[in-house]
Write a protein that binds this ligand. Structure first.
Ligand code: BGP
Length: 467
């Protein structure tokens, strides 16, 4: 039984430049931090990925054929600016114009992010987001994109600030691979919020006919018990993961209670955060200029107090039950037997999506239109002999999450679209090629695409959108 989706609802597939494009050495592209890191690590290569650089006409045609009306893309900064302070690469400008035109010609609205985890290597070498000089560079790059690609009416600044900062400076799975450097993680979050806000203001000042917003990966936290210590642990985790970012983006100020909780996180880790007075003015000015808000939701967490040394045991192989996350003075994640998980230990908890949407409505009543910009389920998959893939578990996952979206709409939440992660199979930053999410199976050797069962289901879903 397929749901009915409301009129005007966007149903899209999500991608990220680095995870799909491949062609990392073609047409004068420069190097980003992942090129250098993955080459050194030697486990897997960003080439060919899904070779979207050459296969985009086919992928867009498939998206259209299966009823999608929107797509999330990102621009590769180093493709556009091979040298961070150098001139734009005309071939890259032409490539993105062509890609966007192909989307628009097929009735698929492109939502484009400027930064999806892929800082230029030169930027990383100069401190990435920790160096404010890089915020200036980002604004220059952003303005260039706004002006050169007027066909884009829906912009996102930075994707998942929290995952980037945590991957870089807590877990260490992302370059520069630092472990629990809490000062760096929180400073990077703040600096990215400032970068986002400055880009929003720059976009507004250009008076272009479009919208701009941020994308946050929100995880609902639940105390693992009714003990006060667990409740407080959950509040600290929530402040670190969600509240600081929501405040900075949607309110344009960090509420005193948010800062108190964050100070506890900092103090427990001998860490510090520098906020300049002008930063606060920028956040405040930008907040009401956000024209939309992108929320990525995959999982929720159950939190117990924890005061030992920090540990992030990361499950990158899909061997169930091998992960652990314990954050000193913040809390630790607890696995609950009644909550199913993916093979990568991500809790499957659709209710957390509803709870987070309701919380945004309650605590951030001025929030702009929300889009669920990523949601999806990773599976280890193989193509059957008859070229089919039965991903019924993914269908259930999407169906259950969409159910919560519709429930939240009924309760008054202004959410107008759903983007599945991911459109086609892609490679995963810290997991490689066996963590598949796509509606379309990609044979990475031949680069052939095969619609999975979920793609056919999605097509029925798309047909249910009210006229
Ligand atoms: C988000 C990212 C995506 C994507 C997805 C799945 O954090 O925005 O780029 O990778 O999560 O995560 P993973 O690939 O780690 O399974």
């Amino acid at each position: 039984q397929v749901k009915k989706l409301p009129k005007g609802f966007l149903l899209g597939g999500a991608t990220a430049a680095y995870q799909v494009e491949g062609a990392t050495k073609e047409d004068g592209r420069g190097q980003n931090m992942w090129d250098v890191y993955l080459a050194k690590q030697g486990k897997y290569s960003p080439d060919p990925a899904s070779d979207f650089y050459h296969h985009y006409p086919e992928d867009i045609a498939l998206a259209k054929k299966f009823g999608l009306n929107a797509i999330r893309l990102s621009i590769s900064w180093v493709r556009l600016f091979p040298k961070i302070d150098g001139p734009a690469n005309e071939k890259a400008v032409a490539y993105y114009h062509d890609l966007f035109k192909t989307c628009l010609d097929n009735g698929i609205t492109p939502f484009v992010a400027l930064h999806h985890f892929d800082s230029p290597q030169e930027m990383l070498e100069e401190g990435d987001w920790l160096n404010r000089k890089n915020i200036d560079r980002f604004i220059k790059y952003a303005k260039f994109c706004f002006l050169i690609f007027p066909e884009i009416k829906n912009w996102f600044t930075i994707n998942e600030l929290i995952s980037l900062a945590s991957g870089q400076y807590l877990g260490g799975q992302f370059p520069p691979n630092h472990h629990f450097n809490v000062s760096e993680a929180i400073q990077a979050e703040h600096n990215m919020l400032v970068a986002h806000a400055r880009a929003v203001i720059a976009y507004h000042d250009l008076h272009l006919p479009g919208r701009i917003g941020c994308i946050h990966a929100l995880k609902t936290g639940y105390p693992n018990s009714s003990r006060l210590e667990d409740i407080q642990a959950c509040q600290r985790y929530d402040a670190y993961n969600n509240r600081f970012l929501l405040d900075g983006t949607l309110l344009g100020e960090y509420q005193p209670e948010t800062m108190d909780l964050l100070q506890e996180v900092l103090a427990a880790n001998n860490a510090s955060l520098t906020i300049l007075p002008e930063d606060l003015a920028i956040l405040k000015k930008a907040a009401p200029l956000n024209g939309m808000f992108g929320m990525n939701y995959y999982r929720s967490e159950f939190i117990r107090e924890y005061h030992g040394e920090s540990i992030d045991q990361f499950n990158s192989t899909g061997e169930k039950g091998t992960s652990a996350f314990k954050f000193k003075g913040v809390g630790e994640f607890v696995k609950r037997t009644e909550v199913p998980t993916t093979d990568w230990d991500w809790n499957i908890y659709p209710r957390g999506l509803f709870d987070m949407l309701m919380r945004i409505k309650r605590d951030y009543p001025n929030a702009p239109t929300i889009y669920l910009t990523e949601n999806g389920m990773a599976l280890k998959e193989q193509l059957n002999e008859d070229y089919t893939v039965d991903d019924s578990r993914r269908i259930d996952f999407i169906d259950q999450h969409l159910e919560q979206v519709l429930k939240a709409r009924k309760a008054g939440v202004n959410i107008q679209g759903y983007f599945v992660w991911s459109l086609q199979d892609q490679f995963s930053w810290a997991n490689g090629y066996n963590k598949r999410y796509g509606l379309f199976y990609v044979d990475f050797k031949t680069q052939k695409r095969y619609p999975k069962k979920s793609a056919y289901w999605f097509k029925q879903l798309a047909a249910s959108i009210e006229e």
